[in-house]
Every structure is written in structure tokens, then in C-alpha cells.
Design a protein around this ligand. Structure first.
Ligand SMILES: Nc1ncnc2c1ncn2[C@@H]1O[C@H](COP(=O)(O)OP(=O)(O)OP(=O)(O)O)[C@@H](O)[C@H]1O
Ligand SMILES: [Mg+2]
Length: 225
């Protein structure tokens, strides 16, 4: 079983957005996914209510995720996605402790970058693999990323921060889809947003395979740098 934890101490960085879109993308009858909303704000729960299908199912993890993860394992779930609050509270530590891989979404502002350091430090302390996902940035032109993204990526890389090579662009489709209880491809198949989510999922899947020793190529994460 793989536990993917979406964490960042910075509010509004994209944790719930990525959890919901990736859940909608990853779930299929042959691939079981359990969603855990560990954030009392309940953003993921709201999306799940709008969705109305219970596919994938969601449980409340605001009181702790340890027992939920153990029970998911007993029930034979393949994937557990945990959305966490923008804090350094016990439930976040609990989730990071249980993580196979931590996804740290970050907008490229000074405050976001300061906040990811705290989340990365916690991941390192608990020796869990993690990767930063750049979110909310200008689109690529002719497959070239904006100079702003390129510079920020270079700065992160020079600080030894593991960063996904793709990006999640600022797109209305991301929020419009969530307001319908949908994922990007359900909202608009073949859209740029759907492509970005699919490619992030591929990177996560590859990282998880590498973590389990089933893949020897390049993966985006790093354990305790
Ligand atoms: N790539 C994007 N394009 C457009 N809107 C986005 C994008 N990513 C996030 N948003 C919007 O930004 C807002 C904050 O995103 P989200 O709720 O996912 O962040 P969060 O990290 O879960 O916040 P919190 O820490 O408060 O839980 C939401 O309104 C969401 O729709
Ligand atoms: Mg959230």
C-alpha cells in the first residue's frame, strides 16, 4: 500500500487541489484509493460531497491518521491520499510518519518557499521521501517554462530541494472542476489541466516504484537530503 501525503505549512499552496485532482485521476474500479481529509477546514470533504459518488471513498482523519492507515492496509487498499492542514500540528506529523511519499505543493512566493522548508525539515527528520511540486505559475510557451519558474527551479535545485520537473499552471479549470466535484479530465477531457495531472501522477507512480526498489530510473523524490 502506498500513502501519499499532501503537506505544506503554507495555506493556499494547492494541497487540497492536488489531492482531489489526483484522486479523481488515479481512482478506477481496478485501483483502490482511500481519501483521508485530515484538515478541519474540510476542503476535500466538500469536494467529495459535491462529487456525490463515494468514488473514491473518503474518511475523516482530523483526529489522527495512524489507525485509518492501518485499517486501510488490512482492507487491502492500494493507495491512500491524505490531505493535511497548513500547520505543523500532531496530525501532520502523524501523516508524514505514515507516508510513502510526501508531495509539497509550492507557489513560488517568498512565503511559500520559507514554509516548505519547515515541511521538508519534518520529512527529513522522519526520514520520509518527499518532492516539491511547483503550483500556480504562468504557462509554458512552446514547451519552455517562464523565466520566473526557471530561475526559481534552479534556485531550489541548487539548495538540494527535490522538485518535480513538470509544473501545475494557474488554470481556471482546476477550480471550476473542483466546484463540480470533478477532476480535471472529468471536467474537460484532453485539457491542459488534465495533461498536467496525468503527468504528475506518472511521476508519483514512478517515485513510489523507485522507493520500493522496482524502478531504477530517475525519480523526483529524495529521502533525507
Ligand atoms: N493551479 C491552480 N490554478 C488555479 N487555481 C488554483 C490552482 N491551485 C490552487 N488553486 C486555487 O487556490 C486556492 C487554494 O488552493 P487549495 O485549497 O488547494 O490550497 P491548500 O494548500 O489546500 O490550502 P489550505 O492550506 O488552506 O488547506 C483554491 O481556491 C484553489 O482553487
Ligand atoms: Mg487544503
Amino acid at each position: 500500500m502506498n500513502v501519499i501525503v499532501f503537506a505544506s505549512r503554507k495555506g493556499g499552496s494547492g494541497k487540497s487541489t492536488l489531492t482531489a485532482h489526483l484522486a479523481a485521476h488515479a481512482y478506477k474500479p481496478s485501483r483502490s484509493v482511500l481519501l483521508v481529509d485530515a484538515d478541519p477546514q474540510g476542503s476535500l470533504t466538500l469536494w467529495h460531497k459535491l462529487r456525490g459518488t463515494n468514488e473514491p471513498p473518503l474518511v475523516d482523519g482530523t483526529d489522527g491518521v495512524r489507525a485509518i492507515v492501518s485499517s486501510a492496509k488490512r482492507q487491502g487498499y492500494e493507495w491512500v491520499f491524505i490531505d493535511t492542514p497548513p500547520t505543523m500540528s500532531a496530525v501532520v506529523t502523524d501523516a508524514i510518519h505514515a507516508a510513502t511519499l510526501i508531495i509539497i505543493p509550492a507557489r513560488l512566493t517568498l512565503f511559500d518557499l520559507a514554509a516548505i522548508k519547515e515541511t521538508m525539515d519534518l520529512a527529513r527528520q522522519l526520514r520520509r521521501p518527499y518532492a516539491v511540486v511547483i503550483n500556480g505559475v504562468p504557462p509554458r510557451r512552446d514547451n519552455t517554462e517562464s523565466p520566473f519558474v526557471r530561475e526559481a527551479r534552479a534556485a531550489l535545485t541548487s539548495l538540494n530541494v527535490p522538485v518535480w520537473s513538470g509544473q501545475i499552471t494557474t488554470r481556471n479549470n482546476y477550480s471550476l472542476a473542483l466546484a463540480e466535484g470533478e477532476g480535471a479530465a472529468e471536467y474537460e477531457a484532453g485539457s491542459e489541466a488534465a495533461n498536467e495531472i496525468a503527468s504528475l501522477w506518472t511521476a508519483i507512480d514512478k517515485s513510489v516504484k523507485a522507493i520500493h526498489g522496482h524502478y531504477a530510473g530517475v525519480a523526483m523524490h529524495r529521502v533525507a537530503a
